[in-house]
Design a protein around this ligand. Sequence first.
Ligand SMILES: [Zn+2]
Length: 412
Amino acid sequence: MKVLVFLALFGLAFASVKHYNGFQVFRALPKEEAHWKAIQDLENGGNFDFWKISGKHADIMASPTRIEVLRNFLEERSIPYERIVPDVEDMITKAAQEPKVSQGPRSTRYALTWDNYYGFDTIKEFCFELAASYPQMVTTTVEGQSHEGRDMILVKISNGGAAKPAVFVDGGIHAREWISPASVTYFMRELVENYAAHPELVNNVDWYFMPVINPDGYQFSHDSDRLWRKNRRPNEDGCRGTDMNRNFGFHWNEGGSSGYGCYDTYHGGAPFSEVESQVVRDVILANADQIQAYLTVHSYGQYWLTPWGWTSDYPEDYPELFALASDAVDALTAVEGTRYTIETSTNALYMATGGSDDWAKGGAGVKYSYTLELRDTGFYGFQLPARLIMPTAVETWEAIKVVGNFIGGMKK
Ligand SMILES: [Zn+2]
């Protein structure tokens, strides 16, 4: 009886959670130009949640009532496909039920660990505790508030003195990509608590971290909808959220984004219409003379992407961007063989305008601007199990170190 009462209360408490029973994910494998065109039309139609489009395939989620529509669409056009997730709710439940294995670093000073995913408040507490524990090296500030009033946290790691060449890292712009804040906080901790292992990284470089730049969406993905992507501000058409990675003001709204507020790639009413993207812009611009590298951390797909997303043309200095990316990825792959693809976003994935990486390079003049799409390649997708946080963070940290050392060796 007690169990029933508990279950009833549990049910009430989570009554507002979005469920995905019967939702399925299909991987379409276009073979020719006409196939790709059809897939893009399908995405622009807005009836399906595109988890990922890469140069090789598109992972498309369909609600139970649209599964047949999707299959017919693909079959009529002879686009090969396979079902990769038979039940999305089942996948989410399994990821949440995974036994927790204690494997990451632990501290009595903060609750955050790297063998579980945490809500925004725990990450925020970690940022302030890190500064309180290492006041010589870490400064944590609040740079503004999100639409729902959460703090936009900036953590600067520096040993002081004259301004050094800097690396800026952000995470969590897309709410459901939980491995991003989990990895970014790991980099911060490693840099500070393991300073003695690589003092040059702090001695030669100033670091700026914003581990969760979409705090409302991120918390919503924990509380109510595991697959939420955008921020949470209401739009005029009654839907909520802007895709902040379509909202940055460089070639904004020139393709690969949507004008409909209900769509997952809604670009917002104007460039930088969202308070969260404004804060990121302002932090970068305020330190633009220092920042030489911009790293924005996403998942999934295992890509190390360079601008541009607005054109298939390569940036003039692509050979330099590629060379650093290549060294970084080599270090990542050396850990346990994880493979990454290095390309411009347009050529690796698809054209998408209003991305933060394009703006960082084209708008703020940060030469080495990259989007990282962390693990995996789609088996777990956004539901990457917590036991894979450490392996992902550890290998990616090797790449971040390469970038840091490179920037630290640059002449100002
Ligand atoms: Zn993303």
